[in-house]
Write a protein that binds this ligand. Structure first.
Ligand code: NAP
Ligand code: G4F
Length: 324
């Protein structure tokens, strides 16, 4: 019989890539969506799978909706990708961020514990939990957490709740501690997509400036399509565990900007980029860089798309969007 997976956050960036990957493996995929007067299926459309997913309604802040979904579906696997995932916005909506990202995970795990305890659970943890923490310039599974935003703090709660349900109740729960991963369907507020969209608009004569915050921050950027494979692998192991997933390379925002402008033949990016204090954060993380020995050794996973190709793929997709 086909395996069943419930994916929360199905309309975001990772949800569609994961759903496509699972459908390719023969899974029946349920996607949880919030009630909206006008839901947006663009990302699933982009990957051509909108009609292949079965949708159920639910909200991470509404425990009863999570219970109903777990009870009805009895999924083999739950991938919890739902979150208020924008770090910059988390200072303005700290309570909401905490309710969705932290308490929502407690509700979902409780529902699994009570109504479907053999379900395997994946939690979308993040390198933002490390914040200032590092081990010789890298972050791995043993690096201390020192989050720098309400988002990072909410994810630390969710991380430990995931570990605690494993240790207290014997549930199969895993944390994927993923470093930044991007794609042509990355949300427009995140810096990579903001840059590639801005570059495309400038190239097409639709804008003349791109307003950005801290250009010096460094991130470990990979491709979302590669990272969902690691999520799936975690739940196929004999034992549950927590894994750092990244490329092991870090690049500055400025490097991303330079490559993106260069790709469209605009060599002097300084003519277009304006630094705007509105996009600077109250507390910044200067550099994140993954040490990925564990995920390579145990899951046999490694990233496939190099940084330059990621930039190029995103710029090309945005140029195409403005051709219509
Ligand atoms: P994303 O594009 O922001 O997608 C998040 C999804 O969560 C959206 O579909 C959103 O629904 C849904 N959501 C938000 N609040 C909800 C609620 N109250 N109830 C139900 N659903 C809700 O994020 P992503 O980039 O795909 O990331 C997926 C997950 O991985 C997130 O948990 C994120 O924190 C984590 N993560 C991401 C990265 C990364 O670099 N992308 C790295 C590490 C960890 P709507 O579409 O209705 O708004
Ligand atoms: O693209 P960002 O907003 O991503 P950030 O904050 O690293 O968070 C993303 O990755 C995390 C994993 O580490 C996820 F957990 C999280 O959900 C999200 O997906 O910002 C990247 C860097 C930051 O240092 C920021 O200050 O870019 C800098 N930046 C400079 N100018 C900007 C801008 N960020 C944004 N969003 N917009 C700017 O104009």
């Amino acid at each position: 019989m086909a395996k069943t997976a419930l994916v929360t956050g199905i309309l975001g960036q990772d949800g569609p890539y994961l759903a496509k990957f699972l459908l390719g493996k023969g899974y029946k995929v349920y996607g949880m969506v919030r009630r909206y007067s006008n839901p947006n299926f663009d990302n699933l459309d982009f990957l051509g799978i909108t009609k292949k997913v079965e949708y159920v309604e639910g909200d991470m802040t509404d425990e009863s909706s999570l219970i109903t979904n777990i009870k009805n579906i009895q999924p083999d696997e739950v991938y919890n990708l739902a979150a208020q995932s924008f770090v910059g916005g988390s200072w303005h909506q700290a309570k909401l961020t905490t309710e969705i990202n932290a308490l929502g995970v407690l509700y979902l795990l409780n529902a699994i514990k009570l109504f479907s305890p053999t379900t395997k659970f994946y939690q979308a943890s993040t390198s933002e939990m490390f914040g200032l923490g590092n081990t010789n310039g890298y972050q791995d599974e043993n690096t201390c957490f020192h989050p720098r935003s309400p988002y990072g703090i909410s994810k630390v709660y969710a991380y430990w709740t995931t570990v605690n349900f494993r240790e207290s109740y014997g549930l199969f729960t895993c944390n994927g501690i993923l470093f930044n991963h991007e794609s042509p369907i990355r949300g427009i507020q995140f810096v990579t997509r903001k840059i590639t969209d801005g570059v495309a608009k400038i190239k097409k004569g639709l804008a003349d400036k791109l307003y950005l915050g801290n250009l010096e921050a460094k991130r470990d950027w990979g491709f979302a399509g590669d990272y969902v494979e690691a999520m799936h692998l975690m739940l196929q192991q004999e034992k549950p565990g927590d894994y750092v997933v990244g490329t092991g390379e870090s690049h500055s925002v400025q490097e991303f900007v330079e490559l993106a402008f260069k790709y469209v033949g605009l060599d002097n990016w300084r003519n277009y980029v304006v630094t705007d204090p509105r996009y600077k954060r109250p507390a910044e993380i200067h550099e994140l860089k993954a040490k990925t020995d564990k995920v390579k050794k145990i899951l046999g996973w490694q990233p496939k798309m190099p940084f330059e190709e990621l930039v190029k793929t995103m710029v090309e997709a945005d140029l195409k969007r403005y051709e219509h």
